[in-house]
Design a binder for this molecule. Structure first.
Ligand SMILES: [Zn+2]
Length: 200
């Protein structure tokens, strides 16, 4: 990219490192930033630096927060009897977007994966075992991905919580809303059959 001004090609190079951003999109974004008002570019820089400086893990649920404990852990309107266990902090935002869950969260910080050398000791499982009796939690909803790692982590969590007086549930598997039966793969369709509910 010798034909581009040095700083412009450096910006394109940085943007290209971002996930889902290819060379064309990186160039489009870089030219947009170049033509945008200086304040807009400064706000973008500041937002990027702030996430690196100010965002940390909540010491209670291990979600991402500016203040510790996080807003969800502090919120007295949350149902403290229900705890949703997720792999990553981004899963908290996915579930929050549904507005269907009013309990609190526990972020494991990954999934058990012998292939990638992630064992139980690398995840926040010991903290989960402490939270359940300490907070009087009655239901733990395991919301890990429906893949091999998500499944084995869910089974491990269920097993380790079994001696405690708590109900452990797992997200239902099913067909995507708006999808069509004959497009669903066999595993999804058979899990959807297993998870059927009475119509009433
Ligand atoms: Zn928290």
């Amino acid at each position: 990219m010798e034909y581009l001004a040095g700083p412009l090609s450096a910006l394109i190079g940085e943007l290209e490192k971002l996930p889902t951003i290819g060379p064309k999109t990186a160039a489009r974004l870089a030219f947009y930033i170049l033509s945008a008002p200086a304040e807009e570019a400064q706000a973008l820089c500041r937002a990027i630096l702030d996430v690196k400086d100010k965002v940390r893990f909540c010491s209670r649920c291990f979600s991402l927060t500016e203040d510790d404990p996080c807003a969800i852990c502090r919120d007295p309107r949350r149902d403290g009897s229900k705890l949703c266990v997720v792999a990553e902090a981004k899963d908290v935002y996915a579930i929050e977007r549904t507005a269907s869950f009013r309990g609190r969260y526990h972020v494991l910080g990954g999934l058990i994966s012998p292939m990638e050398g992630v064992g139980v000791d690398k995840l926040h499982i010991a903290e989960l075992v402490q939270r359940v009796p300490a907070e009087g939690i009655q239901e733990v909803i395991v919301a890990t991905n429906p893949n091999a790692e998500g499944e084995s982590t869910a089974l491990y969590v269920a097993r380790i919580l079994a001696p405690l007086a708590v109900t452990v549930t797992r997200l239902a598997y099913g067909l995507p809303i708006g999808g069509e039966l004959d497009y669903a793969d066999e595993v999804t369709l058979s899990r959807a059959l297993e998870g059927r509910r009475p119509l009433s």
